[in-house]
Design a protein around this ligand. Structure first.
Ligand code: I3P
Length: 126
């Protein structure tokens, strides 16, 4: 019972407001548009919400599932080249989609770095 309590989902599930942007291919004329979003790390994916997850889920049409970024086979690393901002994490999915996550608060983003890396490792070890 102690153990079950300690292995509570919150260990693998974190939610926080972070700055995020999807990096589009360089031949795309779209602007790089940072936004602040609620980011949720679930066991195998990252989800992004404009509002808190509770509100977003309540607003979903019946039968719809929030779209997430699959972390299986993803690469997660710090980058100083993809942005002029500090504390920027780059996530490249197996299918080649690229996202940046950023927070001015290093301890916050550092926690995300470690948690996402763990999720990716857990997924690749089956
Ligand atoms: C972009 C905007 C982004 C910036 C990007 C700019 O300009 O200022 O915030 O990214 O730099 O091109 P615009 O709003 O006119 O599209 P960072 O904040 O991550 O540096 P970049 O082209 O060097 O990525």
């Amino acid at each position: 019972p102690m153990n079950r309590h300690r292995r509570n989902q919150s260990q693998h599930n974190i939610t926080q407001v972070l700055n995020t942007v999807e990096l589009l291919p360089s031949n795309c004329s779209c602007r790089k548009n940072w936004t602040s979003a609620w980011v949720v790390l679930c066991s195998n994916e990252l989800q992004f919400y404009k509002e808190s997850k509770q509100e977003a889920v309540a607003n979903l049409k019946p039968g719809c599932k929030p779209e997430g970024v699959d972390l299986c086979g993803a690469i997660v690393e710090w980058t100083t080249e993809k942005s002029s901002r500090k504390n920027v994490l780059e996530i490249i999915t197996r299918s080649g989609d690229e996202f940046l996550l950023q927070s001015d608060d290093y301890p916050i983003i550092s926690k995300w770095h470690d948690a996402i890396k763990k999720a990716v490792d857990r997924l690749s070890s089956g």
